[in-house]
Design a protein around this ligand. Structure first.
Ligand code: ZN
Length: 141
């Protein structure tokens, strides 16, 4: 395990625009406030969503699309720099009308309504390629 200490320098609240993309709204907030590293939680509802599942053997993502109204029961993620751009790594638990849960890495989703809490860290975090997982991870050398 690798770790480092982080210092919180600001906290933000935002309301997402209806019809916008869920992840892009979080990235837009980070861009507007110059947040190069942070942690967020969000909740709300979406009209459609694309979740990704990472196949650990094939080392690639498989997309699953849902074209239906879903509740965002929980959403958590972090903001860091990936190839010089702010990237909101976003995971979510979505629920259907009958309460059934869908969950995974959220690539995109069309916002119905959304509320975000973002905590910004004082120092940037960079993602870099990690050979063992073939993923872009934090705290590489
Ligand atoms: Zn993920």
């Amino acid at each position: 395990m690798r770790h480092r200490e982080v210092e919180t320098d600001a906290e933000y609240l935002a309301r997402m625009e209806t019809g916008a993309d869920w992840r892009e709204e979080i990235e837009a907030l980070a861009d507007e406030e110059d947040v190069d590293a942070g942690w967020f939680a969000a909740m709300g509802a979406v009209r459609a969503a694309e979740l990704w599942f990472y196949d650990q053997r094939e080392k690639e993502y498989h997309a699953v699309e849902f074209d239906e109204p879903l509740e965002v029961a929980a959403c958590v993620g972090n903001v860091s720099l990936l190839d010089g751009e702010r990237f909101a790594h976003t995971h979510a638990v979505l629920s259907r009308e009958n309460g059934q849960a869908l969950a995974g890495h959220l690539n995109n989703a069309r916002v119905f309504a959304g509320e975000v809490y973002l905590r910004s860290f004082a120092e940037p975090l960079e993602r870099a390629h990690h050979d063992q997982t073939d993923l872009d991870l934090w705290l590489n050398d």
